[in-house]
Design a binder for this molecule. Structure first.
Ligand code: NDP
Length: 280
């Protein structure tokens, strides 16, 4: 029977630890503050932003909220970011993605002071991860490392296969597994014989953005399977990139959707906020 990796429980434990750290910093006269910027009123983004603000309040982090209209120009957004970069009391800046099509996301990410880049998307953060220096790490992959470690799953020496090579999940995930001494393969849409590649994995991380694509034909018996995907199925229920019912019986551990990787992303964002002052 597969171990079900409980992201809700791990994320709750991390948030408790962070609450203690934030209280300690407050006693030392240091108040953490996250600035959250949303452009437009995409309903999914509003839910994510609301959850992030709630998590801040729970941990004891101040949050400043900037809800800008859809027609905000790129220059106006960059001006706001520069203003926040200069504010001593702002420890972290988060711009909720995606942005409206007329704004260049790369330019916006680059405008954020790397010392306040709590999403870990700035090229300096990514470069630091690449050469093994401590900077902000993208929250979802960082959360997956925590899930593995806190579930007692050894990474060192294991065959790790990451399916997906996006800048926010696949690539940083592969770099983090490498940092933990895994033997890492990255697969993507041009990979030949994907099943052969994924079947080598002791630890299989799936971030393809395709509902239930990974069935047991892709998985080695006894593997650990981490499902990053989030989708709504035809019955409006959440499901992942992995066909959970098909795969769970043959693996040693698996993350469910919901309740696996999802809750870890906000927990690690909070972690990055609490750590922000050490990244200046
Ligand atoms: P992207 O769409 O940016 O990347 C998907 C990756 O999967 C690409 O590298 C693509 O390859 C690869 N891919 C697509 N189809 C195939 C295929 N048939 N075979 C092999 N590889 C394939 O997605 P993200 O990384 O942003 O997100 C992935 C999933 O994770 C989504 O479902 C998203 O909603 C979810 N997500 C969940 C989060 C959470 O908090 N739980 C956070 C972020 C994302 P190529 O590069 O060649 O096109």
């Amino acid at each position: 029977m597969a171990q079900i990796i409980d992201g809700k429980a791990v994320s709750a434990a991390i948030k408790e630890e962070l609450k203690g750290k934030a209280a300690q910093l407050k006693q030392e006269g240091i108040q953490i503050c996250l600035a959250v910027i949303q452009v437009g009123d995409d309903p999914a983004s509003s839910v994510y932003v609301g959850n992030k603000k709630k998590a801040c309040a729970y941990i004891g982090i101040d949050s400043l909220s900037y809800e800008l209209p859809e027609e905000t120009t790129q220059d106006e957004l960059i001006n706001l970011i520069e203003e926040l970069n200069g504010k001593e009391e702002v420890s972290g800046i988060l711009v909720q993605l995606p942005l409206p099509a007329h704004i260049d996301e790369d330019k916006i990410i680059r405008a954020i002071d790397p010392g306040k880049d709590v999403d870990g998307f700035h090229p300096q953060s990514v470069g630091a991860l690449c050469i093994g220096q401590p900077r902000f790490v993208s929250c979802t992959p960082a959360g997956i490392i925590q899930l593995l470690k806190r579930s007692g799953i050894e990474i060192a020496g294991k065959e790790c296969v990451v399916v997906g090579r996006s800048n926010i999940v696949g690539k940083p995930m592969a770099l983090l597994l490498l940092r933990e001494n895994g033997t890492v393969t990255i697969a993507h849409s041009k990979t030949k014989n994907l099943q052969e590649v994924t079947k080598r994995a002791d630890i299989l991380i799936v971030a393809v953005g395709r509902p239930k694509m990974i069935t047991r034909e892709y998985v080695k018996e006894g593997a650990v399977v981490i499902d990053v995907g989030i989708h709504r199925n035809e019955n409006n229920k959440l499901c992942g990139d992995v066909d959970y019912d098909d795969v769970a019986p043959i693996c040693s551990a698996i993350t469910p959707v919901p309740g696996g990787v999802g809750p870890m992303t906000i927990a690690m964002l909070m972690h990055n906020c609490v750590e922000a002052l050490t990244k200046r």
